[in-house]
Structures are given as C-alpha cells and as structure tokens.
Design a protein around this ligand. Sequence first.
Ligand SMILES: NC(=O)c1ccc[n+]([C@@H]2O[C@H](COP(=O)([O-])OP(=O)(O)OC[C@H]3O[C@@H](n4cnc5c(N)ncnc54)[C@H](OP(=O)(O)O)[C@@H]3O)[C@@H](O)[C@H]2O)c1
Length: 264
Amino acid sequence: MKLTGKKALITGGNSGIGFATARLFIQEGAEVAITGRDQTTLDAAVEELGANAVAYRADVTDSTTRTDLFDKLGHQFGELDIVFANAGISARTPVGSTDEAIFENIIRVNLTGAFLTVQAALPLLKDGSSIILNGSIIASQGRIGSQGRGGHAAYAASKAGIVGMARSLASDLAPRRIRVNVVAPGATKTPIWSRNPLPPEQADEMAKRLAATIPLGRWGEADEIAKAVLFLASDDASYVNSVELFVDGGVVGSPYGGAVFQSA
Ligand SMILES: NC(=O)c1ccc[n+]([C@@H]2O[C@H](COP(=O)([O-])OP(=O)(O)OC[C@H]3O[C@@H](n4cnc5c(N)ncnc54)[C@H](OP(=O)(O)O)[C@@H]3O)[C@@H](O)[C@H]2O)c1
C-alpha cells in the first residue's frame, strides 16, 4: 500500500481520469475527497468508491463554492497530503470564429481553476505534500484529434499554462518541501471525448486516425493515467519535483513511431 494514512483531494473526481485515480488511491490506503459540478455522478462515484470517499459539489470557477468547499474540507476531512487538480474541459476554438466567452471559459476552468484550487488548499496542505496538475500532450504537440474539426487553441494554451504554472508553484512552495508535478496524458478513453460529440462514423474515423499516430498503437485507459498520478503522489516520487510526465504511448517523445509514419 503506497498511500496508507494519506488524504487526497481530487477535483473532477466523479468521472474519467479523476475517478480512476480516486479508486486507485483508495486501493492504496488513502482517504479521498472528490469534487465536481454534477451531483448525480458525485453520488454514484461515492457509492462505488465506498467509505473512504467523500464528495463535495463545487465548481472550480466559482469562488463562493470554493470557499465553502475548503471550509468543509478543513472541518470535516482534515489536512491534505495530496492535491490532484484534474478538473478540465475541452471544446473547439477554431481561430477566426471563436467567441471570447468560450475561449475564456476554457482558460478559466483548466488553468485559473487549477491555480485557485492549489491556492485555497495551501492552508490545509501539510509540508512535504504532493500537488499534481493535469496537463496534456496538446501543450507540446498542438492539434489533437481535430482533423476535420476546428482547432483547440484555448485548450492547448490552458495546458501549456499548466506546465509553466507548475514550475513557478514548485519554486514558490519549495520552502515547504511541497512537490509540484504535471501528468500529461495523451488520448485517453474518458467521457471528455463524448461531451461535444461527433457523428458516430466521424468519431470512429477520428479514433482510428489518432491511434495510428501513437507509437503503442492504441488509446490510453484512465487507469493507466491514474497509475502515473499515484507514482507522483507517493513516496516513490519523493525526489521528483517540477516535471511534466507524459503518459501518452510515446507520442511526444517518438512522434514518428506511429503506424501512420511507419507505413509511409
Ligand atoms: N481524456 C483525455 O484524452 C485527456 C488527455 C489529456 C488531458 N486530459 C485532462 O484530464 C482531465 C480529466 O479529464 P477526463 O478525460 O477524465 O474527462 P471527464 O471524464 O470529462 O472529466 C472531467 C472532470 O472535470 C470536472 N469538471 C469540469 N468542469 C468543472 C468545473 N468547472 N468545476 C469542477 N469540476 C469540473 C467534471 O465534473 P462535472 O462535470 O461534474 O463538473 C469531470 O469530473 C482534464 O483536465 C483533461 O483536460 C484528458
């Protein structure tokens, strides 16, 4: 057991990567507080996760619910050893036809929301604790899965911002020996891909095209990202600080390993 006696906060813990991470953390001995906006999936997640999970409805962009969340965490849950700032959204922001409000909302949820979560958590975080921010390979790679669709400039900017922000936070929090790292997933099978759905045949085509760009030839599973987050959260990573850990089947490191290039 790698997290015995540890307490973790996971934003966006009611779905996808956040939920898989909550499940793994609990298997490894942690108590986990999850957040999200959707009460139905929060309730279902806690039911599945069991007695060592607690859920709080909180929007990372809403200062009132954030204040309420951290008040409740302080009084009901206790001090934190781990914060996984994971909550995020994606949407098309094609250059030339994107509304300011759509662009800004993505930055607000993915980047500002992560910063304000970490800031609000500081009084509860123990010295020597671990913060993990959820980035994305899109920060290093550009367009992802967007062939035939508009681009994702706001999402890419938000995730590039996560990397710069993590480095700055790691410096700021060094006096408290708090480690700050980024997990950067590649294409991972989660509900995020169906929140703005393509027609089914286009979705299948896009999924295949993306897989062909991945050296390991397939999409990742949420559990595979969770294992990397567990590593960063645990004492196994006690000397790992201010890194961006790609969990992407080799896309960023070996872009020409994908089948699409092998057969060319
Ligand atoms: N799946 C991939 O291929 C992939 C690749 C790279 C990076 N990522 C990153 O991984 C993270 C998790 O995404 P996922 O793939 O697991 O997708 P997901 O299943 O859609 O999960 C997103 C989570 O974020 C929460 N969330 C969204 N907006 C929120 C807000 N304003 N306040 C609080 N919670 C909010 C959602 O809960 P509610 O809906 O209840 O609010 C949900 O729990 C994101 O940061 C995403 O950018 C995913």
